[in-house]
Design a protein around this ligand. Structure first.
Ligand code: SAM
Length: 342
């Protein structure tokens, strides 16, 4: 890879019409995944032809332009990011922005299946914290939820990540009638291993084979149940995203709640998402997107690309309007989570 060298003085930061500065970019590096989680994908997904994907060099260039315009945190996601061939070369290349101080954090969201192989390399690239998605500790249930996943392999990956010195946060989607009786066990397990736990409400993204209303478990109910047994002390910790955090007095660990359906979190939104084909989504819950691949490929210079980014940020919406409604048979947003990443 021939890396772009960033100018020493940062160019004008990206600020949307509501005064929100864009400091966080999530990049989906592939739409493919080695799992087929029931709430995320249909079993027979059709994936993008490889030629439509941005190359790793193009992804590096795109990320670097955002970093040059004030993005301080980069999250690599997917699909499953660690199944993309040679993905570590992207991490290695992006890590130069950590070295230069232009970037505060380079991180990844993964299902953990390939972590045993990559954990040490991620740590060597300056990754300090990672999110691992895990919804159950029961191997059979894990197989049913992920359709194809192997719990033991994921736990091995988490072991490797911790051994490499990475801080691990577990993300679990709360699923009605599936893992709602296991939230306690997940909490005790995660906190017992020194990992934070964040619970996520199912979001209506993409057609799957089940109705969302059958999966949806409001976290307000989970929290009420947990607070009968645990002391949950509100934390001030804010990430500009939908998560709210509490400290669990009995375990000493942090518990997060991501509640896009029961809370509005848009006023502090600091993030945008790029797909593996170079589509920029200004909001996870809206369809509007800007194509960055054409301006990226149009010339070697970045002027057109920066202009396309600026125009897109100028139409970042104030917020989303997710609804899960039994009467409405279509998802709020047509694309799956695997397109834009978590
Ligand atoms: N493969 C990686 C992983 O498993 O973390 C990254 C991509 S995955 C799409 C990111 C996160 O989105 C995972 O935690 C997954 O559980 C969550 N997710 C997928 N579909 C979702 C949905 N419809 N509602 C809420 N969370 C969802």
């Amino acid at each position: 890879m021939t890396p772009i060298v960033l100018p020493t003085a940062p160019a004008a930061p990206l600020v949307d019409p509501f005064g929100r500065a864009i400091s966080y970019l999530r990049v989906s590096v592939t739409d493919r995944c080695d799992f087929r989680c029931v709430y995320c994908m249909a079993e027979d997904m059709t994936f993008l032809p490889k030629r439509d994907l941005l190359t790793l060099e193009e992804l590096d260039r795109l990320c670097s332009v955002f970093v040059g315009r004030g993005v301080r945190k980069l999250r690599i996601t997917g699909g499953e990011p660690l199944v993309r061939r040679d993905i570590m070369s992207l991490f290695r290349s992006l890590s130069r922005h950590l070295g230069s101080g232009a970037l505060d954090e380079l991180t990844v969201t993964t299902n953990g299946s390939q972590l045993a192989k990559h954990a040490a390399d991620l740590a060597a690239c300056g990754v300090r914290r990672i999110n691992v998605s895990l919804d159950t500790l029961d191997p059979d249930k894990f197989r049913r939820i992920t359709r194809w996943g192997d719990l033991a392999q994921v736990v091995k990956g988490i072991d490797a990540a911790q051994a490499a010195g990475l801080r691990v946060k577990i993300n679990a989607v709360a699923l009605k009638g599936v893992n709602e009786d296991e939230i306690d066990d997940l909490l005790v397990w995660a906190h017992g291993r020194g990992m934070d736990l964040t619970l996520i409400e199912v979001m209506p993204l993409g057609e799957i084979q089940t109705h969302r209303a059958d999966q949806f478990l409001p976290l307000s109910a989970v929290r009420a149940r947990l607070s009968e047994r645990y002391t949950l002390d509100e934390l001030d910790q804010r990430t500009g995203g939908p998560a709210r955090y509490v400290r669990v007095a009995e375990t000493g660990g942090t518990l997060g709640f991501i509640t896009p359906l029961t809370h509005n979190f848009c006023e502090s939104c600091n993030r945008v998402r790029v797909t593996c084909t170079g589509k920029l989504y200004m909001c996870l819950g809206q369809e509007d997107a800007a194509d960055l691949r054409a301006p990226l490929r149009a010339s070697e210079g970045n002027e057109r690309l920066e202009q396309a980014i600026e125009e897109a940020i100028a139409r970042k919406p104030k917020g989303h309007d997710f609804v899960i409604d039994r009467r409405r048979q279509r998802p709020a947003v047509g694309r799956h989570m695997s397109v834009t990443g978590g």
